[in-house]
Design a protein around this ligand. Structure first.
Ligand SMILES: Nc1nc2c(ncn2[C@@H]2O[C@H](COP(=O)(O)OP(=O)(O)OP(=O)(O)O)[C@@H](O)[C@H]2O)c(=O)[nH]1
Ligand SMILES: [Mg+2]
Length: 199
């Protein structure tokens, strides 16, 4: 159902929860370390060149950017975490906004956790996974930038990922992805179709 995603448009950049649209319908959020490729993934999902601003400077997406697919379905692009050069006070503020969003947003159906396939399962990724497991929130991991690895390196990372995810009770799924090349897009669309209830 790719047509549903191409209709996406930008709604608002929210600096705080109160600025978000009403907490109803279905929202799916993109999360992950700064520079992992969240915005690039969003552009790939919606087949648009720069719906979400893709920045070569990490940490540029500092607000919760909301995109609308249709009146009851939205995508949230959350601020990236873990970028060292951001001032601590600003970092803490973003962290608070993201924590609050994930814990309080009732319409949040699941998280798309974007990781750089070359550096997966960093400390904050694991913390997030543990929190979602605790909260019972589904997480779908994208091992992004797969174009940077050889096939055998990808296969090795998949084995390691499988091993890293044993022990989570909650629904955690994963796949290989490349926002640059479009690899894995139909698999991701199929997952999103389920979450959004597209037939
Ligand atoms: N080779 C390759 N580069 C990618 C891929 N996805 C993203 N990039 C590059 O990685 C950099 C960061 O991408 P963004 O999409 O801005 O990352 P982000 O996670 O949104 O970053 P923040 O908004 O700063 O948190 C950009 O230079 C992208 O072009 C991919 O699949 N392959
Ligand atoms: Mg971004």
């Amino acid at each position: 159902m790719t047509g549903q995603y191409q209709k996406a448009y930008f709604l608002i950049s929210a600096a705080a929860m109160q600025q978000l649209p009403p907490d109803e319908g279905v929202e799916v959020a993109m999360v992950g370390r700064s520079n992992a490729g969240k915005s690039s993934v969003l552009n790939r999902i919606t087949q648009s060149k720069n719906l979400a601003r893709v920045s070569k400077t990490p940490g540029r997406t500092q607000l919760i950017n909301i995109f609308v697919l249709d009146p009851g379905r939205r995508i949230a692009d959350l601020p990236g975490y873990g970028y060292a050069r951001v001032p601590l006070a600003a970092k803490l503020k973003w962290q608070k906004t993201v924590d609050q969003y994930i814990s309080d947003r009732a319409c949040l159906k699941g998280l798309i956790l974007v990781m750089d396939i070359r550096h997966p399962f960093k400390e904050l990724d694991v913390k997030l996974l543990e929190y979602c497991d605790h909260r019972g929130l589904p997480v779908h991991i994208l091992l992004n930038k797969a174009d940077k690895l050889t096939n055998s390196q990808v296969a090795q990372t998949l084995r390691e990922t499988k091993a890293a995810l044993t022990g989570y009770r909650n629904s955690v799924t994963f796949q290989v992805f490349s926002a640059l090349k479009g690899r894995g897009l139909s698999e991701l669309h199929a997952l999103l179709d389920q979450w959004y209830g597209f037939k």
